[in-house]
Ligand binder design. Structure first.
Ligand code: FE2
Length: 492
């Protein structure tokens, strides 16, 4: 491992991963088609863009500095903006004019001058609760952002009430109670098994806190709630403290270790947490949904045979070829010893999306990204050289997959990013999807368009396209905030 003099010539810095450093605002964007009037709110997006050449050439995309992007809709007009999140790390590196923090989640590789400074890059998910906009990454506490100017307000610990050192970038919101559910892993230090779980009332007050030990120090990227329970998801990508001290990666994936679901009443205690063993070696980054059916709980997730990221290896250094599918795991709370039953309910799946009103409930449809191999686009975008070019809609009847899968695939030359769902005021209408589309316009050059799709008619294509005035790096996750939850300031 040697210090890097320039941006490395790896997938992590090529194509759409090429740094742009753009911070900009633009108003009244060019629109083709008609924007449905009920799309009134703001699509916040997390983008990752490294502000400085990484210290080490083998660093990966997960270390890149977080940017918060907004695409705001008001009376058919569209504005956009993007800003770096001024994390403590960003500010220290901006002052020095170079990277001071080392490899992804390995503080032993940092310049000694930054010891004790918050390492998170806040690059994964924007979310909004109790009037506050946050940018989150699972290795630290979230940063609060001004929802109109995108200026960083600062690291948020609920006025000192959050003792966990980190909180997930996959918050869950109950559609009926308005509660926010969060957890943090490695909650009291590097490679720790400690997990902290918090419930927040609609006004942002912490109403419940539980600490417990996970079976091992796993990469717990996502979790799930049902109407009654919370599910903690443990897959065997495990922190390696000794390896980190030697300058190695934070994570090693163990194909021979079991997965686990920890299930607890939403407002339960650690004594009520039940661990149910699952298959060995599997991994999932993202949950589509979970819900109760009598004493049973169904968990729908994008499940893989191994860790999806090519740079997360087995102890031997092997990286298995990835196979995956939208998969339903079912447990029975009346028979926890019966384990987990598993079945495939859809093709290769990432970036799952559902309507906010369906979280934790039986649901009729969801959407996710996959790859149409007949229209491949080779473009560095995230951890791989192949982009998602296919959006799918899977539907359920009475909670069961009905076999209908709708598809919108494009290419070669186009890439899809995780959409966000915007509900319709008409209960008979399935709402809308807003999806950023990357379009290769020449070798090494990409333009971006925001597509607006009818959520229940994705195969018909976009009803409107918003042409973005500048190109950003890859989007990670997004979040829709309607005007009813935040009345935005008028453009200046
Ligand atoms: Fe994620």
């Amino acid at each position: 491992m040697s210090l890097s003099p320039r941006y490395p010539d790896t997938v992590h810095y090529r194509g759409l991963n090429r740094p742009t450093h753009i911070e900009a605002t633009a108003h009244d964007l060019y629109v083709e088609g008609t924007i449905p009037p009920e799309i009134a709110g703001t699509f916040y997006r997390a983008v990752h863009d490294p502000a400085y050449v990484p210290r080490f050439a083998d660093d990966n995309i997960l270390s890149r500095d977080g940017m918060i992007s907004m695409i705001a809709f008001r009376d058919g007009r569209v504005d956009t903006g993007i800003r770096y999140v001024r994390t403590e790390r960003f500010k220290a590196e901006r002052a020095a004019g170079k990277a001071l923090f080392g490899s992804y989640r390995n503080p032993f590789t940092d310049d000694p001058s930054v010891a004790g400074i918050d390492r998170t890059v806040a690059n994964t998910t924007p979310y909004f609760h109790a009037g506050r906009l946050f940018m989150a990454k699972e290795d630290g506490l979230p940063y609060q952002i001004d929802p109109d100017t995108l200026e960083t307000i600062g690291r948020w610990d609920a006025a000192g009430q959050i003792r966990a050192e980190a909180l997930t970038a996959h918050p869950k919101f109950d559609p009926e109670t308005g509660e926010l559910f969060l957890f943090g892993y490695e909650a009291d230090g590097l490679a720790s098994r400690k997990v902290a779980y918090y419930v927040f009332a609609p006004d942002g007050t912490i109403t419940h806190e539980v600490w417990f030990d996970a079976p091992y120090a796993a990469l717990q990227h996502d979790f799930a709630i049902t109407a009654t329970h919370v599910l903690f998801l443990i897959y065997p990508t495990i922190a390696d403290l000794e390896g980190m001290k030697a300058g190695g990666p934070h994570w090693i994936h163990h194909q021979d270790e079991p997965s686990w679901i920890g299930v607890m009443p939403r407002h339960g205690t650690a004594d009520e947490l039940v661990w149910i063993e699952g298959p060995r070696g599997v991994h999932s980054f993202h949950v589509m949904n979970a819900f109760n059916e009598g004493t049973r709980i169904h968990l729908d997730q994008c499940l893989f045979n191994t860790n999806f990221f090519p740079f997360v290896m087995e102890p031997s250094g092997i990286d298995l070829p990835v196979e995956g599918a939208l998969t339903r795991w079912t447990i029975d709370l009346s028979q926890p010893g019966a384990g987990i039953s598993s079945r495939t309910i859809g093709p290769f799946c990432e970036m799952p999306v559902i309507a906010a009103a369906d979280v934790g409930r039986p649901y009729a449809r969801g959407w996710y990204l996959t790859v149409d191999p007949t229209k491949l686009t080779m473009l560095a975008n995230g951890p791989g050289e192949v982009v998602f070019n296919c959006l799918q809609r899977v539907s359920f009847a009475a909670g069961e997959p009905d076999g209908r899968i709708d598809t919108l695939s494009e290419g070669p030359g186009l890439g899809f990013n995780e959409p966000v769902h915007v509900p319709s005021a008409d209960p008979a209408h399935g709402g809308w999807l807003l999806m950023m589309v990357d379009r290769v316009i020449a070798a090494g050059h990409i333009a971006q368009e925001l597509w607006i799709l009818e959520a229940d008619a994705i195969a018909s294509g976009a009803v409107a396209r918003v042409f973005m005035p500048f190109t950003t790096c890859e989007q990670v996750h997004g979040h829709w905030v309607p005007h009813a939850r935040h009345a935005p300031a008028a453009p200046r």
